[in-house]
Design a protein around this ligand. Structure first.
Ligand code: AMP
Length: 283
């Protein structure tokens, strides 16, 4: 496994793959790795000839300084996990490498409203920061495939939209959410939960599963209300949103017949930790 901290040496290394038309897969992460990240690495290893995983806690996608500060960082453990998984290349740049003074890395495209609801509503500026870092990293790695987790469904749609609008030569692939035994979606932020809070957090997935049943009986807005009420029953959980969205536009699903796909997306707080999850209900 090769570790690069500088863009110039990474680009030089990847040139040998590109010159031989050997496909490159890319898994961007913010570190504090878990099985969810490794599943993306494994999928990339199967589909391409060189897998690059980046570890970079991107400051521009945090809308709260304290959240950035508290974000877990476990670089030594991350490198061991990637080595054991068989990852080819790790890119761990410093912030000055990604955002050198004088370089305009902003992404000036519209997101067709995908950035407005849900995460966009509660984390203003978050997706601008995500698009900025992903575009910057794609310009550096120039991968054939970009692997992203379904756990961040809205992020996946926005990045895929960006790749299409900018005609980037990268296929954006969505991989399934990897979960703990109790159903909790794996997340770096789970490291900040106590064992009791981790058990409690399984209620998020359980409520998504209940919603999947409620859609047989109740219209979308009623299912959303029932889900919020159900989450509020758990002492220690504060729901932020629960939305049944059109899986393509992320607008509230008006009914179950018309949208080709429907996804239930939710965010909750447990203590000071914010967790998100989703479930595809149709399509
Ligand atoms: P992050 O380090 O949280 O920015 O995540 C990096 C990538 O891993 C993103 O594409 C996430 O969607 C994906 N990811 C995070 N958690 C999971 C999970 N539990 N299962 C699958 N993919 C995940």
């Amino acid at each position: 496994m090769y570790l690069f901290k500088k863009i110039s040496t990474l680009i030089r290394f990847l040139e040998s793959y590109r010159n031989k038309n050997r496909p490159i897969g890319f898994v961007p992460t913010m570190g504090a790795l878990h099985e969810g990240h490794l599943s993306l690495v494994r999928q990339s290893l199967e589909a391409t000839q060189c897998t690059v995983c980046s570890i970079f806690v991107n400051p521009t996608q945090f809308n709260e300084a304290s959240d950035l500060e508290k974000y877990p960082r476990t670089p030594a453990k991350d490198l061991t996990m990637l080595y054991k998984a068989g990852c080819d290349v790790v890119f761990m740049p410093a912030p000055e490498e990604v955002y050198p003074p004088g370089l305009d890395t902003s992404v000036n495209i519209g997101f067709a409203g995908l950035d407005h609801p849900m995460e966009g509503r509660f984390r203003p500026g978050h997706f601008q920061g995500v698009a900025q870092v992903v575009k910057r990293l794609l310009d550096i790695v120039e991968p054939d495939k970009l692997l992203m987790g379904q756990k961040d469904y809205q992020q996946f749609l926005i990045v895929r939209h960006m790749a299409r609008v900018l005609s980037l030569p990268t296929e954006v692939v969505m991989a399934p959410t990897v979960r703990e035994k109790n159903g909790l979606a794996m997340s770096s932020r789970n490291q900040r939960l106590s064992p009791e809070q981790r058990e409690l957090a399984a209620a998020l997935r359980q409520t998504l599963q209940k919603a999947a049943k409620w859609i047989r009986k109740y219209p979308p807005r009623e299912v959303e209300q029932k889900a919020i009420q159900a989450l509020r029953q758990y002492p220690g959980i504060e729901p932020e949103y629960f939305q049944l969205a059109d899986g393509a536009t992320l607008q509230p699903a008006p009914d179950y017949e018309n949208p080709d796909s429907i996804v239930a997306c939710a965010a909750i707080w447990i203590g000071g930790v914010r967790l998100i999850d989703n479930m595809i209900l149709k399509g």
